[in-house]
Design a protein around this ligand. Sequence first.
Ligand code: PEP
Length: 251
Amino acid sequence: MTSPKKKLIAGNWKMNGSLAANEALVQALRAGVGQSGCDVAVCVPSPYLAQVQSLVAGSPIALGAQDVSAHAQGAYTGEQSAAMLKDFGVRYAIVGHSERRQYHGESDDAVAAKAGAALGAGITPIVCVGETLAEREAGHTAEVVRRQLAAVIHANGHCITEIVVAYEPVWAIGTGKTATPEEAQAVHAVLRAQLHHAAGDGAARIRILYGGSMNAANAASLLAQPDVDGGLIGGASLKAPDFLQIIAAAA
Ligand code: PEP
């Protein structure tokens, strides 16, 4: 199944940056991004949302967050609600990144609730799914990603075409090991079929990003796969020339 929509290249800065570094990075991106043929976003640490909101104003670069609370308000120390993110012009929120699942014990249901909170505020959740190395070696990749996505579909079936999915094999994140284009496409096809089952023809509109050591050298071959609709980029999104080359490969 092919997907004619615009690709999305989203940077995940993780817990990196400073006022000075962010300004230099976004200025370089603004100067280089031009009238890109793809959508571009940067998902920044929460303390810098206001700064980056003004740095990207008037540019084609959209603002993203790296997490969102499942709750609307109240006694949830340290969390940020979707409405708060919306106040800062946030368009995308990553949910269920493997680092959140691993270090913060986020369950599939918690991720589904976060996706729902984002959708309710008009923010597009970038729902991360992916298997560990042990799960891949045991032949469980398809089962794991289907289970993770099923929770999100189950809780948000009525508006599932509004999400973005990111396939991020855990063994490829920050390791320099990338899925081959064929390995990525095989899992993306599994996810597309699952989305098709849930949303019918609307599934073709849903963007499925690949993430995991995508860089300037390997982006073009990954992005050429029929069901790879963009990338979620960690390390390489912190270097403007590399991120711009990935954007050019997607345009
Ligand atoms: C990520 O953290 O979402 C990611 C894909 O990281 P990296 O590109 O550094 O592997």
